[in-house]
Write a protein that binds this ligand. Sequence first.
Ligand code: GLU
Ligand code: MG
Length: 687
Amino acid sequence: MGLLSLGTPLPWKEVEKYADHVREHGIKQLINIWKNEKDSRGNKLLWGDEVEYMVVSYDDENKRALLSLRQAEILLALEENEKEVRIEENALNLGPGQRIPTFHPEYGRYMLEATPGFPYTSSLDDLLNVETNMTRRREIAKAHMMPHEFPVTIASYPRLGAPGQFTDPYYPPTGPASRSLFLPDELINPHARFPTLTANIRERRGSKVAINVPIFKDTNTPSPFIDPTIPFDRDIFPEDANARDGAAKPDHIYMDSMGFGMGCCCLQITFQATDINEARRLYDQLTPLTPIFLALTAASPAWRGYLSDQDCRWNVIAGSVDDRTEEERGLKPLKNQRFVIPKSRYDSVSYYISQSPDFRPEYNDIELVKDENIKKTLMDAGLDEQFANHYAHLFIRDPIVVFSELVDQDDAVSSDHFENIQSTNWQTMRFKPPPPGTDIGWRVEFRSMEIQITDFENAAFAIFIVLVTRAILSFKLNFYIPISKVDANMKAAHSRDAVLNEKFYFRKDIFAPNLHSHTEPVTGSETESEDASGSVYSSDCNSICDPVARPARLPVEEEYGMFTINEIINSRQSTSSSDGGDDDEFDQFPGLVQLVQSYLDTMAVDVQTRCTLNAYMDLISKRASGELQTAASFIREYVRGHPKYEFDSAVSEEVNYDLVKVVEQLTLGQEWDGVGIKLLGGMNERR
Ligand code: GLU
Ligand code: MG
């Protein structure tokens, strides 16, 4: 979840003094990177995924599934193993998917993260290795654990912070970093960065974070629901009064610590683009897809021992690292702070950055809070206004962790101060400039997806997003809608069974009309290039972005309609005019699956490969249509169907234990007495 610098972390009061210094040098470092790399072209289309795990520790005797806090030992063993295998591997000519994966620490001391050892290339063959590689990661991880431990991919742990024991070993829920009523500090990764992040966020904010997720009201849930498990009378830290003073809301599950959010697991995909313009375009085109894939991968229906009336983790993490002061949250007039900031550092993208011809300034329709001085510095250095705005916005934030040894840096070679601010802006997409001194190009990261229970599902979503990016580049697809509508979609994506019940704003004509239809073609240079594997893609050029040369277009409000996820993924026929509009021309929508299929039609794909890819697409398609369940729906239904569940919203230790066991079985490719059939539709049995 970010840069792991070593050194002595400063307390918040000290960090505050260095905030301008970090911003100033961070921007200098960015300018240096931009000057060095802005013209670099022809980078390979590479990509990689990140899978986050929770290590469970079974206490079979007492029917409890606990979170194992042995991250450090497990990672050390994995690192040793990787070193040994790499030496052997170097002698062999292996593809990226066949090389040993790499493991990384994460926020929770019960978490692991794993990536393929080397980036995947744009070749379709690499796609066929993704699932095997993910399965291998889990097997290797498991091989370095105790017999009673297992790496599960559950997005939010149902009993994290619930009364009783939920970690192995047990620690009482208190600690100076988080001052939580529910979580011990010992579940935070002990690397100095993580407890310091936790404490400094709390101190900067001026109170503990406060997250309230609506409770799922079951037949026996009291109404109003006032959580009996909140120790309202606890008084160890001054912050303990927060819950009494209104931070805990009735009818909600209240959480008060960073661990509730950053202790969740997700599936992230990073792409390297051929150049900066293509990266900017991909960033924009993927942004409207982030809420859609959040809803499709929804896997977080239980929090702190209760079923919730929402299915996704995103707003919990947003709340868990929300370091804005009362002034910044608009609760008090601005006095000591510079800005009122509408969103947390962990939130949705607020601004499009591409200058491709299909971009319209009207799409950036929410007021962007930005540091005008930083904007000016960047523009004086030669960055265009849109790009300068992007960073002037990210850099309204303070650094949260500063290591005393790293305050002074050589801006010509380091990007540490830049990364400090950049990597603590956790948005649905991240635009990543090349790290200095490497041959890495401009990259974008797709960050909204929740981790899925099986490797099959995680591979399916990773591969699908990769293929969508290929379709975007090959067919010059245009998914732009106003950014305020993407925000509205983020909100909708959280609701229970959003996949089935919600409608989302989506663009009606995605074939970049201003480039290909309606009007005469726009002139300018479009570069086509071919990479090593033969896949063709095009990149934009700033010279075709002259707004004066742009043809007349539809009013922005007519460009989008309301779609179900089924329509977005599986197509919409002209009969279903679900936006109530009368514009027949746009009532047919091909669906993302069809677009990917059309893209594959343009490639020489052998039958075997096509069949495998179709199996992954089938999963996405059936999730969208409701034929298969999301993990969130599966978990909620499993809990409600458990003989020990009392229909009072509570996920007891025993129900949680049985659930985690089922999850393990599904992960291992067994459909526990048919239990997973609605989740996977038998697909898990094909291996
Ligand atoms: N675990 C976080 C999530 O679920 C992401 C942390 C990271 O950026 O790696 O979104
Ligand atoms: Mg991570």
